[in-house]
Design a protein around this ligand. Structure first.
Ligand SMILES: C[S@@+](CC[C@H](N)C(=O)[O-])C[C@H]1O[C@@H](n2cnc3c(N)ncnc32)[C@H](O)[C@@H]1O
Length: 460
């Protein structure tokens, strides 16, 4: 890597206040002074600059696309393309009219989450991302957190709908991700994944003339594979969702023009927007991947991209790509089996039952089995059921709330010693490292009913 390509240090002091700074009026804060606006940890804002683009700093290096204004504009444009493709809809899952809790993983600028919150004022919408690039003015039922969706999930209540768009290339382990989504959905809830393929083709063979663009795509695929977050996974989602336990899994594949070559006016318009998206995406997708993983120099990348741009602008080349939308439901049966096994009247018996667990089933269901089952392996049906039951039966909260974009340092600065007192008011029971963590929270966060990402809590 040349000096020119080398990651540079923190954002300069003149860096404008990031869009992610939170407003006092945000329901998640309930603050009475302006200090929350400045509470965003400086480490989260200590962006990395490389090849003239800005990259996230939380979990530095984990995500290979930039997070600067230029990229944010592209994400918003891509949101528009998705809406055009879906006839104005935000999702395809039949989630009903009144979803209560919704999670948008890798929310980006938060545009999908904000639209969803506007559309469903009764829903509580949470978006998470490595970058605090969401706007400060959002609907009251919409919140954002800096979090790594590949790290431990500590949400106390299940979601009705989990959505992940354009996160291909951001996921190291889809099996684990889908399992987490399954665990954190209520029975009957839906997971929906949407992504535009990093692939190009044409039905008439004209794409063969797009040699530079093909090379770009191949290099992105090679580098993302080497990096461990492949951009060739969409075709596997359906099978992986089913493996995770989802039912009614549907996969819809849309053919989308990559430039305005199409005769159909709607497709032509989509192609027009997609061309603009693609011309921007070229540098977003290649700079970090090609320079960090394949050791290409910036100048070499630029020469290749110039050729690819010419081909994308050539309307005699009918470049096309695929958009995959895959969604599946957590079976209602889980709920039925759950209530059959554990009618509400039996709930007070759950703790004694847990202690009797190894006695009743000495050979199989020992605590060691349960622990291994739920942490190391994917989990047998019974252990999962128990885990779900315990989570639902008890009010789960492992820690005092860590407000969005707050770090330990921020909270210490803000609350001082008061923090310790608040912590003491949480009667935390940590029965086994991951399986059962409960807390009876008596302070105001009881209303908020949430636990916070462990990793943010640990950041200094
Ligand atoms: C291509 S953008 C898509 C944004 C948004 N979903 C959309 O469709 O507009 C991918 C987003 O995922 C975020 N991301 C990548 N890896 C992540 C992770 N492990 N945890 C949280 N967010 C992540 C990135 O920061 C980026 O904002």
């Amino acid at each position: 890597m040349t000096d020119q390509n080398a990651p540079t240090a923190a954002a300069p002091a003149a860096e404008p206040e990031p869009d992610g700074a939170r407003s006092d009026s945000d329901s998640a804060f309930a603050s009475t002074n302006g200090s929350d606006l400045t509470s965003l940890s400086s480490s989260i804002k200590a962006y990395v600059y490389e090849n003239g683009r800005r990259y996230h700093s939380y979990r530095e290096g984990e995500y290979v696309l930039p997070n600067d204004e230029q990229e944010q504009d592209r994400l918003d444009l891509s949101h528009h393309i998705y809406k055009m493709l879906l006839g104005g809809e935000l999702y395809l899952s039949p989630i009903g009219k009144n979803p209560q809790r919704v999670l948008d993983i890798g929310t980006g600028t938060g545009i999908w989450a904000i639209d969803f919150a506007d559309l469903h004022p009764g829903a509580e919408v949470l978006g998470n991302d490595l970058s605090p690039i969401q706007p400060r003015w959002v609907p009251p039922n919409c919140r954002f957190e800096v979090d790594d969706f590949e790290a431990e999930w500590t949400y106390s209540r299940n979601f009705d709908f989990i959505h992940g768009r354009e996160i291909e290339g951001s996921v190291r382990d889809y099996d684990r991700l889908f399992e987490r989504c399954f665990e954190h959905l209520r029975p009957g809830g839906y997971l929906e994944m949407q992504s535009m393929g990093v692939v190009t083709y044409s039905d008439d063979g004209s794409d063969e003339r797009a040699t530079n663009f093909h090379q770009v795509v191949d290099l992105i695929q090679e580098a993302s594979g080497k990096f461990g977050k492949s951009m060739k996974t969409m075709g596997t989602w359906k099978g992986k969702m089913e493996k995770a336990g989802f039912t009614n899994v549907k996969q819809k594949v849309f053919k989308v023009p990559q430039s305005p070559w199409h005769d159909d006016p709607k497709m032509k318009e989509i192609g027009l927007y997609n061309q603009a998206n693609l011309l921007e995406a070229l540098s977003s997708y290649t700079y970090a991947l090609l320079s960090r993983v394949l050791q290409w120099r910036r100048v070499e990348i630029e020469v290749l991209l110039a050729g690819a741009r010419r081909e994308i602008k050539d309307l005699s080349i009918h470049l096309t790509t695929d958009v995959y939308i895959v969604y599946g439901q957590k079976p209602e049966e889980a709920a039925k089996a759950h209530s059959l096994l554990f009618p509400p009247s039996s709930r007070s018996l759950v703790l004694p039952f847990l202690f009797l667990y190894p006695t009743i089933f000495p050979s199989l269901l020992t605590p060691t089995h349960v622990y291994t089952c739920l942490t190391v392996e994917s989990g047998c049906a019974f252990c999962r059921l128990m885990q779900q039951f315990v989570k639902q039966s008890l009010s789960v909260s492992t820690r005092p709330p860590i407000h969005s974009h707050f770090t330990k340092q921020d909270r210490r600065r803000k609350f001082g010693n008061d923090m310790k007192r608040k912590r003491d008011r949480h009667n935390v029971t940590n029965m086994s490292s991951r399986i059962i963590r409960t807390a009876q929270c008596k302070c105001r966060c009881k209303e908020e009913k949430k636990t916070r990402p462990t990793d943010i809590n640990n950041m200094t």
